[in-house]
Design a binder for this molecule. Structure first.
Ligand SMILES: Nc1ncnc2c1ncn2[C@@H]1O[C@H](COP(=O)(O)OP(=O)(O)O)[C@@H](O)[C@H]1O
Ligand SMILES: [Mg+2]
Length: 255
């Protein structure tokens, strides 16, 4: 893979324990690079360490061993606020502030960055349009007045509002019904291709991984056990890949 100029995110022999005593490693000796513009999908069962790995990128955790670098600099050396403002974060159920309107939720980071009011208003409008929500209809609503899919769209709009180069997505579509989920997956894929963000997308869904990824990494008990492009992934003869594919009953000629 590429060098530092092309790789916005790098893991070098990274391990993480919840505390420095005798606790087990939750992330164990992970090395990887995410070149600019790539959508890296982190695939793994519940409890395999996917969320923990994302938290190592945005400085919510620091490595117990090894180093995570973002834009060439170790996360420990970043100012935590600057680091996080350069990273959009989308989680399951969107994590919107319930007492804020849609517009206020989307305006959050630009507001913290002290953008002028008119620039924020224009950006909110642009972001809502980008995710397929008519600003006149949705800007003034509260999250509880939205469907699950609409809330997730607002979550994506909020994450993109300050135009961060990196987007972290933690099972963002996991709680949606299958039809809405497929719709958001398709739209997100088109959006990702257009925006040229560097994206790390977490899922336990093999089909979602194959659809969205430019590269897939399989985590098992905190270890990186397989790494391949979506075309090669199912052809890997790695036992974990075969087991994972079988356990999820991957069909559609892929298995
Ligand atoms: N702060 C923490 N302290 C102790 N254990 C943790 C902590 N965070 C996560 N874990 C454990 O680490 C493992 C991986 O968690 P997580 O990264 O949330 O997995 P995933 O997102 O793949 O479901 C789980 O067994 C979880 O209980
Ligand atoms: Mg998780």
């Amino acid at each position: 893979m590429g060098n530092t100029e092309q790789s916005l995110i790098e893991f070098h022999g990274v391990s993480w324990r919840a505390n420095e005593g005798f606790a087990a490693e939750i992330i164990a000796d992970v090395s990887l690079e995410v070149p600019r513009g790539e959508t890296l999908v982190l695939l793994g069962r519940s409890g395999s360490g996917k969320t923990t790995l994302l938290k190592l990128i945005n400085g919510m955790h620091w490595p117990s061993n090894g180093e995570v670098r973002v834009a060439g600099r170790a996360t420990r050396e970043w100012d935590a606020i600057r680091l996080r403002r350069g990273i959009g974060y989308v989680i399951q159920e969107a994590g919107l502030f319930p007492h804020f309107t849609v517009a206020e939720n989307v305006a959050l980071v630009p507001g913290l960055e002290n953008w002028p009011k008119e620039k924020i208003a224009a950006r909110v409008k642009e972001m809502l349009q980008l995710v397929g929500l008519e600003p006149a209809e949705f800007a003034g609503r509260r999250p509880r007045e939205l469907s699950g899919g609409q809330r997730q769209r607002v979550g994506v709009a909020r994450a993109l509002a300050a135009d961060p180069p990196i987007l972290l997505m933690d099972e963002p579509f996991g709680a949606l019904d299958p039809v809405t989920r497929a719709e958001l997956q398709r739209e997100f894929k088109a959006l990702a291709e257009r925006l040229e963000k560097t994206i790390v997308f977490v899922t336990h869904d093999l089909r979602e991984a194959l659809l969205l990824a430019s590269h897939i990494i399989l985590l098992e008990k905190g270890r990186l056990v397989a790494s391949a492009g979506p075309e090669e992934f199912l052809r890997l003869r790695h036992p974990e890949v075969l087991a994972f594919a079988a356990s999820l009953d991957a069909t559609g000629g892929a298995a």
